[in-house]
Design a protein around this ligand. Sequence first.
Ligand code: 16G
Ligand code: ZN
Length: 668
Amino acid sequence: KDLHGKEENEERACSSSSNNYVSYGTAGFRCHHAALDVIAFRCGFIASCVAAFSRTNATNNNSNDAPPFTAAGICVTASHNEASDNGLKIVDGHGNVLGEAYERACEMICNAKTEAQLENALDCFEEKLPFLETSREDAKKTAVVYFGRDTRESGERLVEKAKEGARALGGRSSGVAVKICDRGVVTTPMLHYFVYAHGKAVEAFYENNKQQEEKNDEDATERSLWEKIDAATQELAYFKRLAVGYLSLIEEDEEKKKKGKNVVEGLRANATTLPPLHIDCANGVGFVAFEKLMALFDVIRENSSSSENSRRSATTTTTTTTTKEIALVLKNGPNDGPVNLNCGSDFVQKNQRAPETPSTRLSFVNQRCASVDGDCDRLVYFSIEEGEEEGKEGENSSKKQNFMLCDGDKLSILIAFFLIEQLFLAGLAHKISLGIAHTAYSNGAFTKFCEKNGVETVCAKTGVKNVHKAAEEHFDIGVYFESNGHGTALFSDEAVKVIEKELVDELTRMSVEQHLRKEEEKHIQSVILTTKLKALLTLKATIQTINPAIGDAISSVLLIEGILRKKGNMPFQEWHAMYRDLPTKQSKVKVRDRTVIECFDSERKCLKPEGLQQRIDEILLLDSCVKNNNRRAFVRPSGTEDIVRVYVEASDAETCEKISTKVEEAVI
Ligand code: 16G
Ligand code: ZN
């Protein structure tokens, strides 16, 4: 009975629903906050179940010796949606997005209107639980659930609802106690990291105590260190991992600068430092998190008693940090307006223009800029060059703006090329495969560029979970970004092991050589590092800079800033000019029932309704009787809104428009 939570008026229908049915969208439930109380409650309950049943991946040689339990989590966020929306993302025991296998059951649980429907839904969910590698009797004694939210006003209320739901598991005579770890206002990737780190700590605890008998009699999780430390310390551990990774990543750069080893890069490094990065934080939680990162850089710098000057000025709109390591200017914080309103990565990427919040309208011009979204798991870079219109000078002159975007495709390219180079220098290119996973939204120019440069790519369905899976399945190191800026680089456990082993081997080899040369009195660090060792250290630093749980805009900023520095302060323009995007057009079409559209081939082709694909193929031949390889068009039902999305790409903007109009007509 208590599974209904305290029912409230659910007047406004969800944007992603028809008949008040809220579907499990591309990334969980998302709609107007007023319709989410019951859903939050039930998602809390689901997360508790996940925590009570899921186990770590720790190797168990003895079958009776099941590895210990992990935690789970709930993020209350509607990402890039407008401020009045909210949503729920469920985090599984490994810190990943809850698997697709559970989506249907979650949807049934959250939409059940009667007691009978609810019972049925719970049964269905329970049937899925064996996926979680344990049986009902074997459920954990304490289910640990982490909670976090973005800066939306409705967040606090919905987190409370979700907590109530989580506690309800304890009340179902399940023998499970529920432990709530509320982490307050955090980015989505931070919450994923907390759950991930929890699992890793439990795993390590378990491995260390494997030989001791007592490990079976109690809940190992209870004694793991991670869970015992407070929220602030967990947060610090997250920022430290990323910051220290970044500092090790750029370390060699300093040395290179001094030595001027590589002429081109050396010259560049001497001539310029990278201009500060102006970050549009979407009026959201990213601002808060970046501020904490910057404070940590300050502390690290002070501790290392560097003589560099640093400037920090905190106002409501802008925070600046300038150290020799990194220079960030934060804009669009939670006090500057409603989350995502005329700003954020979605606005910038979709509209191809700078954020238009009153406080920052002009301040992005002629700067190096980046934009994150409302929960800080997306990132795009951009720059706007403003110059005088040719031939018009003086009072009547109008400014000509050139907007340049480095979207997810270009993030992938930069990271992948960098890692390929390092693998090659480390002598590991033949041992570790690397490729890029992307979606149908990736620009045709991007896929051609990858092909030309011998970088393997694989296309997956829209949605982080799909691209993540493709990257994981196909490559040892899978770099993936959706064009909209969701993504990361995934290193398989095996790849990490190979890199670490090679590093140890190389160090051993060097010290042996040194010994033979009777230079053992010299400390290893005073020896000139071999190219191979440098590359291995760079790979190790890269791994540390990346949030291992999920794509993370903060982690991606550090990685990209690190790579640009390692490339001798590569200017934005040079990165942007690696290849030229084909013009594209994206539009939405409102239809009666979007579910009649079914796609295949990673959503690049359409199976149903019959005839639609044929019609699209015909339209692509517009004003031409031969197939033009630069033309592409596809339609797919949105997973987050009640609409159909149309995507068109062609050699020129005019053709894009024409094709798009015709495809939209065909869809209606
Ligand atoms: C969600 C997804 C994003 C996807 C988008 C597509 C996550 C965390 N977010 O925002 O990956 O690109 O939906 O939306 O998975 P659409 O289905 O409405 O086009
Ligand atoms: Zn997001």
